[in-house]
Write a protein that binds this ligand. Structure first.
Ligand SMILES: NC(=O)c1ccc[n+]([C@@H]2O[C@H](COP(=O)([O-])OP(=O)(O)OC[C@H]3O[C@@H](n4cnc5c(N)ncnc54)[C@H](OP(=O)(O)O)[C@@H]3O)[C@@H](O)[C@H]2O)c1
Length: 329
């Protein structure tokens, strides 16, 4: 697996990591823990040894699951985890970017993961009642103490990035970026380039939508959070599926699946960009891994660019409660 250097502090990761959220959280309740453990193991064989977890995925159970495969192999994996919410429950009123929460949360993450350091410690969402400088200074102390190697932020905008980076170097921003989500392009990506910060693209296959495997709203399990996202609902779904169908045709002409084309597109966006597709299945993991080996040609990228103009995505990516926790500034 190819690697990329992100940020100015020496972090190097494979271009495709493994998003672990769906193993215990968000997408249905049907994931098979044994298969997830095999997915984690296989990710190491494929060189996708960059695992993305968070305190809130469960809460807590995701890190506990990862610890089972991490044991005895700590130096073979780049582990990224996140904090933000008291009790790990992702609600606006639980956001707490205090030094005390940064520290206590990391102690909990380390205990659950069974390790004495994480590679990347992210602030999952900014606390709206606290200056970013205060939270990042607290995270910087944890780096100095050797409990985290690098710092990342998630879902914050250009001014927040600039203020944070002035306090302690931010190695990566983790935000949503894919064929159907381009909110970073105008203001955030230029700042990342200016400051030398890497981008870890989350939901790079559109929470499954861009894989072409979700053909109708009813395909989403009843207890799955995607049912609450506007882009998956009603007329929006019918409009948005047209982009997926068109991308699938271009992908097929090159012997690729829609997922592989979606991932190859994200990786084509710059040397400071990597992606963390999420999966709970070996078959999908192996399919996704191949996307790192098949760069899209200029002509295919041009065709996709035209599709993005032709098929405008309809509906917000988040519902109101989730959107409230994004820091656009
Ligand atoms: N920082 C944040 O706030 C934030 C927010 C969201 C996500 N994340 C991180 O980013 C990671 C990835 O994002 P995500 O999981 O939301 O979205 P994603 O990677 O775009 O999509 C994951 C979904 O796509 C399906 N999938 C993946 N590869 C597939 C393939 N080749 N064929 C068919 N289906 C496929 C998965 O189902 P199967 O399990 O069946 O493969 C899963 O339902 C998460 O795991 C998490 O670590 C971070």
């Amino acid at each position: 697996m190819k690697k990329r250097k992100l940020g100015t502090q020496g972090l190097e990761v494979p271009v495709l990591g493994l998003g672990c959220m769906g193993m215990t959280f968000a997408y249905g309740t049907g994931s098979d823990a044994n298969e997830c453990l095999k997915v984690l193991e296989r990710s190491l064989e494929l060189g996708m040894n960059f695992w993305d977890t968070a305190q809130s995925y469960g809460p807590y159970t995701n890190e506990e699951l990862l610890s089972k495969v991490l044991a005895g192999r700590r130096n073979k994996v780049i582990v990224a985890t996140k904090f933000a919410w008291q009790n790990g429950i992702a609600k606006p009123e639980n956001l707490d970017g205090s030094e005390a929460n940064a520290r206590t949360s990391l102690e909990g993450c380390l205990r659950r993961l069974g390790t004495d350091y994480v590679d990347i410690y992210y602030l999952h969402r900014k606390d709206p009642n606290r200056p970013i400088e205060e939270t990042v200074a607290a995270m910087g102390k944890l780096v100095k103490e050797g409990k985290a190697r690098y710092i990342g932020l998630s879902e914050v905008g250009p001014n927040t990035l600039r203020k944070a980076h002035a306090v302690h170097p931010i190695s990566v921003l983790q935000s949503e970026y894919s064929l159907w989500e381009n909110n970073l392009e105008e203001k955030v990506i230029p700042i990342l380039r200016e400051l030398g910060i890497g981008l870890v693209a989350f939901s790079p296959v559109g929470r499954g939508f861009l894989t072409g495997q979700i053909k109708q709203y009813e395909d989403i399990p009843a207890n799955d959070m995607r049912r609450n996202l506007p882009r998956f609902q009603g007329e929006n779904f019918n409009i948005n599926i047209q982009l997926v169908e068109a991308v699938t045709k271009i992908a097929a002409s090159k012997g690729l699946t829609a997922s592989q084309a979606a991932l190859a597109w994200v990786l084509s966006r710059g040397e400071n960009v990597v992606a963390i597709p999420g999966t709970t299945r070996i078959k999908h993991l192996e399919e996704n891994a191949k996307a790192a080996e098949v760069p899209l040609s200029t002509s295919e990228l041009d065709q996709i660019k035209n599709l993005l103009v032709q098929f405008k995505i309809s509906g917000n990516r988040y519902n109101e409660a989730m959107a409230k926790m994004v820091t656009a500034d």
